[in-house]
Design a protein around this ligand. Structure first.
Ligand code: ZN
Ligand code: ZN
Length: 418
């Protein structure tokens, strides 16, 4: 089948009507290393991903880019042990590692984004894309920027205000350098959370995580904290904003948010759990960001698609099926004329925490059709605001956080607002 996603209506107009004919590239946009609170040297982390067939990675450290000098103490008591340094020397050669003495203690100098790119990048095969996790000092929100040229500082304040601040700063930077940059709101249910109503205020909102492999992010929500599942945030935001803001769209990311690379367990934030497949005409940072801004990608925890095609009458999902595995494809959307009312959150915050969301109608994010099998086409009835697809597999997810989790994928919504 032809490999392209045709985004409808305004998405099409905004992207100048130019579709990318391209191939699928596998990448992760949310990764930590010793540059912030990850527990492995950045080159070992990049090597982990590259040797497992990822095409691009974005190291997204908390409030910093991988530039300048950063020294990490080598000690049995620290994250970087003498054994780890020996493993780096074994993998990259003895000349690769730079050790400096500071206050009488040995410290390893971390490789910069540029140094790692020189080693790992291969035209058409592998690419390191710059990134940062803009991390609020007040807990939430955390917002990733992909393809920045300058570091954006983490700030303190109300989450709704901060979302706008981060996104405005990235927008200004994108204009200044003339390169596309994108932001995605991370793990909306982590810590105190970011409520749907706070997300509602974010004028430039275009991406949010709907899956993140960190074990503490409650991506399926928390009744106790009044936090709906991340997918529910997604559907409510699309449904409530689209009728008033016809240019609005919100795409779902699947990420690792990996920090732990030495110990493998459900409760560790290990790599390999969530990623995106981006259809781009080339493996180049601007092209990848533009493809995601067109919605030409999907998030997954393991299962892969051959094709996604949304045209002006229907939405087709075609799975790269594996023998002995069954699939369920659900088309999800909200119909025009839905009940827009909402009621008070079920949890009362004390001292501003947690940040529960209001409760919205069951008309939002309904399953429009369910198909068992590796391929399905949904023909629009004409009353949908948007349509997206959620795909479930019977194949277990690799090293899952949730016991017995199966592989899933989420394709992007298309707007059908008249
Ligand atoms: Zn975070
Ligand atoms: Zn993170």
């Amino acid at each position: 089948m032809r490999m392209r996603l045709i985004a409808l209506g305004l998405v099409l107009m905004m992207s100048g009507g130019a579709f990318a004919e391209g191939q699928w590239y596998k990448g992760v946009t949310h990764i930590h290393t010793l540059w912030s609170d990850g527990d492995m040297a950045p080159e070992m982390v990049v090597d982990w991903y590259k040797t497992r067939g990822y095409d691009f990675v974005c190291l997204s450290e908390h409030n910093r880019l991988q530039e300048g000098e950063k020294l990490v103490a080598i000690s049995e008591k620290n994250k970087l042990t003498p054994e780890h340094v020996a493993a780096i020397e074994k993998r990259f050669g003895a000349d690769w590692v730079t050790v400096k003495e500071e206050d009488g203690n040995p410290k390893m100098q971390l490789k910069t984004h540029v140094e790692m790119g020189e080693y790992f990048n291969e035209a058409g095969k592998f690419l390191m894309v710059p990134a940062e996790e803009m991390t609020s000092i007040s807990g939430a929100p955390h917002v990733n920027v992909i393809n920045p040229r300058e570091q954006v500082p983490g700030r303190y304040g109300d989450p709704g205000m901060l979302l706008n601040k981060y996104m405005d700063e990235v927008h200004a930077q994108s204009e200044k350098y003339g390169v596309p940059m994108m932001t995605h709101v991370n793990h909306v249910n982590f810590s105190d959370g970011v409520s749907i109503e706070q997300m509602m205020q974010a004028r430039r909102l275009q991406f949010m995580e709907i899956y993140n492999g960190h074990p503490s992010i409650r991506f399926e929500g928390s009744e106790k904290l009044g936090m709906p599942a991340e997918e529910r945030h997604w559907d409510v935001l699309l449904s409530m904003r689209l009728p008033k803001e016809p240019e609005f769209i919100l795409y779902g990311m699947s990420t690792d948010d990996s920090h732990n690379y030495h110990k493998w367990a459900a409760r560790e934030s290990n790599p390999g759990r969530g990623w995106v497949m981006v259809r781009s005409e080339k493996l180049e940072e601007n092209a990848l960001v533009e493809a995601m801004q067109r919605g030409d990608f999907y998030g997954t925890t393991g299962l892969l698609l051959d094709d996604v095609v949304a045209n002006d009458t229907s939405y087709t999902v075609d799975i790269a099926e594996e023998a002995g595995v069954s699939y369920t494809i659900e088309f999800v959307g909200t119909r025009t004329g839905f009940d827009t009312s909402s009621t008070e959150p079920t949890v009362k915050p004390e001292g501003g925490t947690p940040r529960p969301s209001r409760v919205y109608s069951d008309d939002i994010g309904v399953v429009l059709a369910t198909v068992e099998g590796p391929e399905a086409t949904y023909t629009y009835k004409g009353d949908e605001l948007y349509v997206r697809a959620r795909i479930m597999s019977t194949k277990p997810q690799d090293n899952p956080v949730e016991k017995d989790a199966k592989q899933r994928a989420w394709t992007q919504p298309v707007r059908l607002v008249k």
